[in-house]
Structure formats: structure tokens, C-alpha cells
Write a protein that binds this ligand. Structure first.
Ligand code: FES
Length: 157
């Protein structure tokens, strides 16, 4: 197959995209990319699949879940390959998610600082072992055990 062919084999797509064949097959099973089958049942990908794969890889590097990536691709008219404008729009929305996650990670990092060298994993004082101690606001002791439900009395024979 010529390098400038309009279609790529899975090996060519892997080589050009830098993504393993197994990952490309995985993307296909997840509906992120698609191929047609030849008479010999071999996959052929259109050339614009390269751009879709690049979009998926970049999104994954940002920590965007595959389901979200798939939904974003499905929003595009006739599931076309994302353009520069599409990427600008989607990455703008994902930036807000990234900012939220970074803020959460910074809080976790700060909590971890208190834990380093401690190891107590105390429910009373460790913010990592017991984050947002909501049940603790209801009072001391195990809060998930329903005290109104008593176990059945033992049966005498
Ligand atoms: S392990 Fe002791 S405070 Fe977290």
C-alpha cells in the first residue's frame, strides 16, 4: 500500500500515530475510531483517523475519560474528525474540569503533608483516612449501624 494511499492498514496507522495496534483495536471496540473491512476481512482506516487518534491520545493525557471523549466525538456533525475549532471549544470546556481536579489534588497533597511520617490512619485526625468527616458531625461511634434494628433473638429448641 502506497504511503499516500487514502486508507491505512492498522499497522500503518499504528506506525504513523505512535499508538500500539492493540490500543487501536481497543479504541475501535470503544467506538472512538472505525474502519471498513476488505474482502479479505482486513481493517482499513481513512486517513483522517490519524487526527482522531491524536485527539483521543491528547484527551487521554489530560485525564479525560474515554466515555467523555467518545461523547465529544459523537457531538461532531456526522462524527467527522475534530477540527482546530472543535479542539479549541472542547479543550476550553475540559480546562475547567482540569482546574477542578488540580484543586482537589492540591488539597490531597496538603493533607498528605500532614500524614508523611505519621501512619496513624486515625479516623479522628487523619484527613486522608476520613475525608470530609460528615458522619462524625452526627456524633461519636459507628454511624452506619442502625441501632433500631435488633438482631433476632436466639431460638430455643
Ligand atoms: S496518617 Fe496520621 S494524620 Fe494521616
Amino acid at each position: 500500500m502506497a504511503w499516500n494511499s487514502r486508507e491505512l492498514t492498522v499497522g500503518q496507522l499504528a506506525e504513523r500515530s505512535g499508538v500500539a495496534v492493540s490500543a487501536l483495536h481497543f479504541y475501535e471496540t470503544k467506538g472512538l475510531i472505525s474502519s471498513r473491512r476488505t474482502a479479505g476481512n482486513q481493517r482499513r482506516y481513512s486517513r483522517d483517523t490519524l487526527r482522531r487518534v491524536a485527539f483521543v491520545r491528547l484527551s487521554q493525557r489530560l485525564g479525560i475519560p474515554l466515555k467523555t471523549i467518545k461523547d465529544a466525538l459523537a457531538e461532531l456533525p456526522e462524527e467527522r474528525t475534530p477540527t482546530r475549532d472543535d479542539w479549541a471549544r472542547l479543550s476550553g470546556a475540559w480546562r475547567r474540569e482540569l482546574d477542578d481536579r488540580i484543586e482537589q489534588l492540591q488539597r490531597l497533597r496538603d493533607d498528605l503533608t500532614d500524614c508523611i511520617g505519621c501512619g496513624c490512619l486515625s479516623l479522628d485526625r487523619c484527613a486522608l483516612a476520613n475525608p470530609y468527616d460528615r458522619l462524625g458531625e452526627e456524633g461519636p461511634g459507628a454511624r452506619r449501624i442502625d441501632t433500631h434494628v435488633r438482631p433476632p433473638a436466639p431460638q430455643c429448641r
